[in-house]
Design a protein around this ligand. Structure first.
Ligand SMILES: Nc1ncnc2c1ncn2[C@@H]1O[C@H](COP(=O)(O)OP(=O)(O)O)[C@@H](O)[C@H]1O
Ligand SMILES: [Mg+2]
Length: 554
């Protein structure tokens, strides 16, 4: 806050007369510090106007102070504003009268700078002035005056201009930045991840988690860390005192049939045969806390409709109840399905999707984050060592082999972090608490690969991601709409695999893995090339996948 800033607009001080400190009649009044007058005795502080608030019973003193200000600062216009308090120490009265006064003053922050003086009046009055300035009722900053250390000095003392926009203060801004960094580290469990997309996602998620109460949707393949992150979001919010209630986790895939309504929304006693006791239901249990609906795509349509209403109105009817109950919670939803696809097939309600899609985060799988395998590996080793009490490490060669294999195209990581977690656990256990050797790594690699062959790649490792994420050269906007629903998911998966591969032969190997093992397919690359061509796509050297024509042979 430089003084030159003070001089660009009309500069207005607003203050209360201090019946004690501002008092003084004879010539001796210049010998002691008077806060209101002192404000006008600083050579580098120029005021165009003072709005001096005072009680009627002190109007004589107010006029005296105004005259003295005219003497020391002739260019300042002093406006006397009378405001009477029955009890100047009554918070409610002082606040509402000052508030009313502020509303009645014609303040124009475009044209004028306002500084509210807070050295005079009772504590209550100063607190009220602060609150009214902080809330913008007085649209400006604070000016605080203080006397010289030596009492009875005629010096004007010092002043400080306080801007209530805290982000302007370096020290405070640093502190905010530090808080933010701590929160980001917390969400990442302290793992120094290197993947830029993932790091950007967490940075954004931190801001959303701290500043928003709206639903959060976590999408991504199984084992990508959705459940883990959901709990972290909850803990972060709790540590920042945004929520105080519990974390209620529901796997919607386990809710089946008639009982799912009452599991979610509760029921009253006697609601149906067998309902001998009432049941609270998950939504009610989460009141004041967070509700994590994992696999939300598995929720039935009736439950989806009820849920939508419950999040919009924060109230709902338990099964068999004639009175609504209230529940307010942070909703976090997780899914490895493409909900947009589910809408098309009528399995997910569009209105619910719109409501929960405000903050959607796509967690990438491990294959999309090869650079994060190493830091996660160290994290898993440390967790194992901590929980087992044995300090397990790789020997150098074994570590190199594991990392190389982990990042090779053959590493499918269909279970993502769950696979990595299990691999480390098995190798560490088999090492007998000593060093993990190259042999142990080779054996583990075989186990991992065996698991990947059996895995259902179509839905897990390559979920039908939203088409918007498939950034293919020349692809017309209406491309997907022009396709039969029948072809969409398969083509999306194929394109996704192609884009994640280094060439058509790698993509072919992955896409036709099973048939190749059964020796049913002779040339994967050729088969893939033909499939792509049917939809107008070609693989160009150096460019990757390109859309070429719509005139595809049927
Ligand atoms: N950021 C993380 N830090 C540490 N462990 C993680 C992290 N994300 C996931 N994990 C671990 O990976 C495994 C799978 O994570 P999970 O959250 O269950 O995945 P999802 O819910 O997406 O299927 C769990 O063992 C979990 O502890
Ligand atoms: Mg999960």
């Amino acid at each position: 806050m430089s003084n030159s800033y003070l001089q660009t607009k009309t500069n207005v001080a607003i203050g209360l007369l201090g019946p004690k400190l501002d008092r003084g009649d004879g010539p001796l009044r210049w010998e002691h510090w008077r806060p209101t007058v002192s404000l006008f005795q600083h050579e580098n502080l120029l005021w165009d106007r003072l709005e001096l608030i005072h009680e009627g019973k002190f109007s004589k003193l107010a006029r005296r102070v105004a005259d003295d200000i005219q003497m020391v600062s002739p260019e300042t216009e002093v406006v006397l504003l009378q405001l009477d308090f029955r009890d100047a120490w009554n918070f409610e009265e002082v606040f509402s009268k000052l508030d009313e006064l502020a509303r009645s003053m014609e303040l124009d922050p475009e044209e004028e700078d306002y500084w509210v003086h807070i050295s005079t009046g009772s504590h209550v009055q100063q607190i009220c002035l602060f609150l009214l300035t902080e809330s913008g009722r007085f649209p400006g900053g604070l000016v605080q005056t203080s006397p010289e250390k030596r009492p009875n000095s005629s010096s004007p003392g010092s002043y400080q201009l306080i801007d209530l926009d805290l982000s302007k203060y370096d020290k405070i801004a640093d502190r905010f930045l530090q808080d933010q960094q701590e929160a980001v580290d917390f969400l990442k469990s302290g793992i120094a991840t290197r993947n830029p997309e993932f790091n950007a996602l967490i940075d954004q998620l931190e801001r959303v988690a701290i500043h928003s109460k709206a639903p959060i949707l976590l999408m991504g393949p199984t084992g990508a860390g959705k459940s883990h992150l959901a709990r972290k979001i909850f803990e972060l919010k709790k540590s920042r005192r945004q929520i105080s209630g519990p974390f209620v986790e529901v796997n919607c895939a386990t809710l089946r049939g008639e009982s799912s309504m009452s599991a979610m929304f509760g029921h009253v006693r006697g609601a149906f045969t067998g309902a001998a006791q009432s049941r609270q239901g998950y939504l009610r249990s989460a009141n004041g806390g967070a509700l994590f609906l994992d696999e939300i795509g598995e929720l039935g349509l009736d439950e989806q409709a009820m849920l939508l209403r419950a999040i919009e109105e924060k109230r709902f009817f338990p099964v068999g109840a004639d009175k609504e109950v209230e529940s307010d919670f942070q909703l976090i939803a997780g899914t490895n399905r493409d909900l947009k696809q589910e809408i098309l097939t009528g399995r997910f309600r569009e209105d619910l999707f719109t409501r929960i899609h405000l903050w959607t985060f796509h967690l990438p799988g491990l294959r999309q984050r090869p650079e994060d395998i190493e830091p996660n590996l160290d994290y898993e080793l440390e967790s194992y060592s901590r929980s087992s009490g044995m300090h397990v490490q790789f020997n150098k060669e074994a570590r190199d082999i594991f990392l190389r294999l982990s990042m090779s195209p053959d590493a499918l990581w269909t279970g993502n972090f769950r696979d990595l977690n299990a691999a480390v656990y098995r190798m560490a256990t088999l090492s007998g608490g000593k060093r993990i050797t190259p042999q142990l790594v080779q054996d583990e690699w075989k186990r991992l690969q065996y698991g990947w062959i059996g895995a259902n790649q179509g839905s897990d490792s390559f979920p039908t991601t939203p088409t918007a994420k498939l950034d293919i050269q020349n692809l017309p906007d209406d491309f997907w709409e022009s396709l039969d629903l029948f072809d969409r998911p398969q083509l999306e998966t194929v394109l996704q695999v192609c884009m994640e591969s280094r060439g058509l032969s790698e993509a072919g190997r992955r896409l036709y893995q099973h048939s190749r093992l059964k020796k049913k397919s002779s040339n994967d690359t050729d088969r893939l090339r033909k499939y792509l061509k049917k939809f107008g796509f070609v693989w160009k050297q150096g460019k990757g996948l390109v859309y070429q024509s719509k005139s595809s042979p049927k």
